[in-house]
Design a protein around this ligand. Structure first.
Ligand code: BDR
Ligand code: CA
Length: 335
């Protein structure tokens, strides 16, 4: 039986591919796509989610907008990674997928309470919506099969030396989510940096030959070009730390969390204790990770460590193929 999933995202190029992977894989029953401010402002991430659904012909999944800012802090966006639109690259058609008339936090709570079986929460942006949902309705904890989130790092960050972007944007929300007591898997940078968008990957996608696959390639090329402009050769990053980080191919973070839900063996995990730093002058947003057991301090997370890279890209390519075929059949993709 497929796993029921709510994808809470801030598209974002890698979020866009996460949507396609979640929708296009039969192991997932996608209940909703909810949006949050992160990579761009909420109006842009929501527009982008609707754009992706439009070109992919996704018309049977509600799209609901959530929080437009972190719980306590000013919003930080990632235009340097995803562009001013949040999804630079393709020339997007006017979206024809409606926005649900419900706040994302309400929709998440309603779906969880109404579901006949447990639901997996899959956040791939800042954790503001998820934190608010659990604060407003603590009963949802027992309805959640697992939270599988893209965020954090057991080693170093990307937005700062200590912090990964999604956690840095709203560390207070992340702390609430990590401390909520539900099964939680952290698919952080240590894992996602293994998922490089190589020329071979782009060629495989291009060979699919569908209008949707061309849009995906345009997105990923723009994502790669932003990555090359802003993040290669960071001074002081020794190649021995994170081998491969000096490569010119960007990591595609968010679909890695989806892959873990679809096929757990694709993403190896190790149990750990993870705490979110909310105070540090230099370390705010750090996910302090301890793999050592300690009496009186139980592990609260599974931390993703190793990706089956070939299997991961097989899953992504098959999903884009499947969704692209369906979209072409229903006249969904207009690019
Ligand atoms: C995360 O930050 C965002 O830019 C990506 O969409 C991803 O969710 C990686 O740090
Ligand atoms: Ca994201």
């Amino acid at each position: 039986m497929p796993r029921k999933v709510i994808l809470d995202c801030d598209p974002g190029h890698d979020d866009a591919v996460a949507i396609l992977l979640a929708y296009g894989n039969p192991e997932v029953e996608l209940l909703a796509i909810t949006t949050v401010a992160g990579n761009q402002t909420l109006d842009r991430t929501t527009l982008n989610a609707r754009r992706v659904c439009t070109v992919a012909g996704i018309r049977d999944v509600p799209v609901a907008a959530g929080c437009d800012r972190p719980l306590l802090r000013e919003l930080i966006t990632a235009a340097h990674v995803h562009g001013e639109s949040g999804l630079d690259g393709p020339s997007w058609p006017e979206p024809d997928v409606p926005l649900a008339d419900v706040h994302a936090v309400d929709l998440i709570i309603d779906l969880l309470l109404a579901s006949d079986r447990e639901v997996t929460l899959l956040p791939t942006g800042p954790l503001t919506n998820i934190a608010l949902a659990v604060r407003r309705e603590p009963r949802i904890v027992s309805r959640v099969q697992e939270v599988v989130l893209m965020g954090g790092s057991a080693t170093r960050g990307n937005q700062t030396p200590a912090a990964e972007f999604n956690v840095l944007v709203d560390p207070e929300a992340a702390a609430i989510v990590f401390e909520a007591g539900w099964p939680l898997t952290m698919v952080g940078l240590d894992l996602t940096r293994q998922a490089r968008v190589t020329p071979e990957v782009l060629n495989r996608l291009l060979r699919l030959g569908s209008p949707l696959s061309r849009v995906v390639v345009q997105m990923l090329e723009a994502y790669r070009d932003h990555h090359r402009r802003q993040s290669v050769d960071p001074p002081g990053l020794h190649p021995g730390i994170w081998p491969g980080e000096l490569e010119r191919e960007p990591p595609l973070h968010d679909p890695c969390a989806v892959a873990r839900v679809i096929e757990p063996t694709c993403v190896e995990c190790v149990e750990a204790f993870v705490a979110v730093e909310t105070q540090g002058r230099w370390t705010s947003g750090m996910t302090v990770t301890d793999f050592r057991p300690s009496p009186g301090r139980p592990f609260n997370a599974r931390v993703a460590t190793r990706l089956d890279v070939d299997r991961f890209w097989d899953l992504v390519v098959s999903a884009v193929e499947r969704v692209g075929l369906d979209a072409a059949r229903s006249g969904g993709s207009t690019a």
